[in-house]
Design a protein around this ligand. Sequence first.
Ligand SMILES: [Zn+2]
Length: 431
Amino acid sequence: MHNVCSPSSKLNPAQRLLNSSFTMSMQSRFARLVTAVSPFVAVLATGCIETDDTYSATTSAVSVSAYTSSGCTTAVVLGLSKQIADEISCMNPTSLTRFSPGGNLTFTSNAVLPYLGAPAKTALLKVSANSSIQINSAFRALPQQYLLYRWYQQGRCGIEDAATPGRSNHQSGRALDLQNWGTRISAMRNQGWSHSVPGDDVHFDHTASPDIRGKDILAFQRLWNRNHPNDRISEDGDYGPGTEAALRSAPATGFSIGATCGTQRENTGANILAVDGPDRIAPGAHATYSITVENTGTVAWPATTRLMVAGGTASQLYDAQSWTSPTEVGPINTSILPGARGTIDIEITGPMVTEETPAFTQLTLVADGDDLGTINIAVTITPNGDEGISGEADDMHDDGIEVTGGCNAGGNGSWAAALLPLLLVFRRRRR
Ligand SMILES: [Zn+2]
C-alpha cells in the first residue's frame, strides 16, 4: 500500500469512492492530483494519493444511480456509454462509427459521445471539411438518456422535457445538435442533414441513415449478461424494470468485460471513462474536472508526465493559480501503468467573454519528449446566468412526442406504445 497524506480522510475505501465524485470539485483550488490503481479506481479526497492493490478486490466502481440526483453532465457515464457504442458496432459495424474532434470539429461539452451511423458520420465530415462545427450532442447511449430523464423528472439541470430512455432521437445514431446551427443549416442540408423538428433549432437528423433506437438497450443487456452470468436479464432491446434496475447498478465507467469484438476507443493512448465537472461555466468562473482515464498504451505514464496544451498554443482555459503556464497544466505527479486507471483533476478558469462561447482544449500527456495520450476538455462559457443547466438541455423536443398519462422511466416499452395513438401530445422546446 502506498499512501500519501490525507489528514481528513477517515472513510473506508468504498465511502471514499462514493463521496469523492461529489466532493472533489469543491475542494482545494490549488491541488491537482492523480490517483492510480488497477483495475478499479480508488479516488480519494483532494490532497491524498493512495493506491492499494487489495482495494481492487474490495471496492467497486461508482454506479450509474449515484448520479441521478447530482451533477448536470452525462460525461460521468462516458465509460459505460462507450462500451455500449462499441457493442452496437460489434453487432453491426456500420450502425455506429466513431469520429474525433479536431480541426473544424469541436465539442461544446465533455458529454459528447462521438459516434454516428456510418452514412451520417461521412456526411458530417463533408460539412466540417469546409465549415466549423460545434457539437452539443451526437449519439446518446442509454445511461446518458437515463440520467437526463431522471434529472428532468426532478426539475434539475434546466431540463424541461426529456424523452424516456430508449426513445430519444439521439439514441438513433443519426442525430446531431449543433451550437452554431444558425449558420450551418444549408451546409448541413446539402449533405442530407434535415433541420425540420419544429421548435428545436439545434437539432439535425440524417434521415438516410438507419434509426438504431433500441440497439443501445440490447447492447447494454448483452454487456450486463456477459458480466453477470448468474444474474441475467432478457436480451430483448426493450427498456423494462429489469433493465432499469441493472442500469442503475451498472458501473458508470464501464464493466470489467467490455465489447468482445474490440473497441473503437481513441487511438491516443488515453481512454476517458468519466469527466466530472460542469458543462457550462460563467466568464471568469473557476471549475475542476475530475477525469477518470485508462492508460491504453503500452508504456507507463511516469509521475513526471506533463499535461501540455496540444499545438503549444495558449489555452483559453488557463488557470493562473494551478497551471504551470498558459501552455502547460503541469505534471501528473504519479504514475499510471499500462492498462491501469487513474483520476486526474484539472482546474480551469473561464475566459472573460461577453457572448456564449464554446471553449475546447486538447491536452497532451508528454514524457521524455514522447506523446503518450490526449485528454480533451470541452466547456461552454456562458455570460447568460444559465451555467447551472445541462449542456444537453437545449434539445428536449427529442423524440417529437411526449407520452402523458403515466409513462415513466420504468415503463414497459410496448405498454407505452399502446397508448401512443390516444395520448400524443406535441410539446414545444423551452425557447
Ligand atoms: Zn437533438
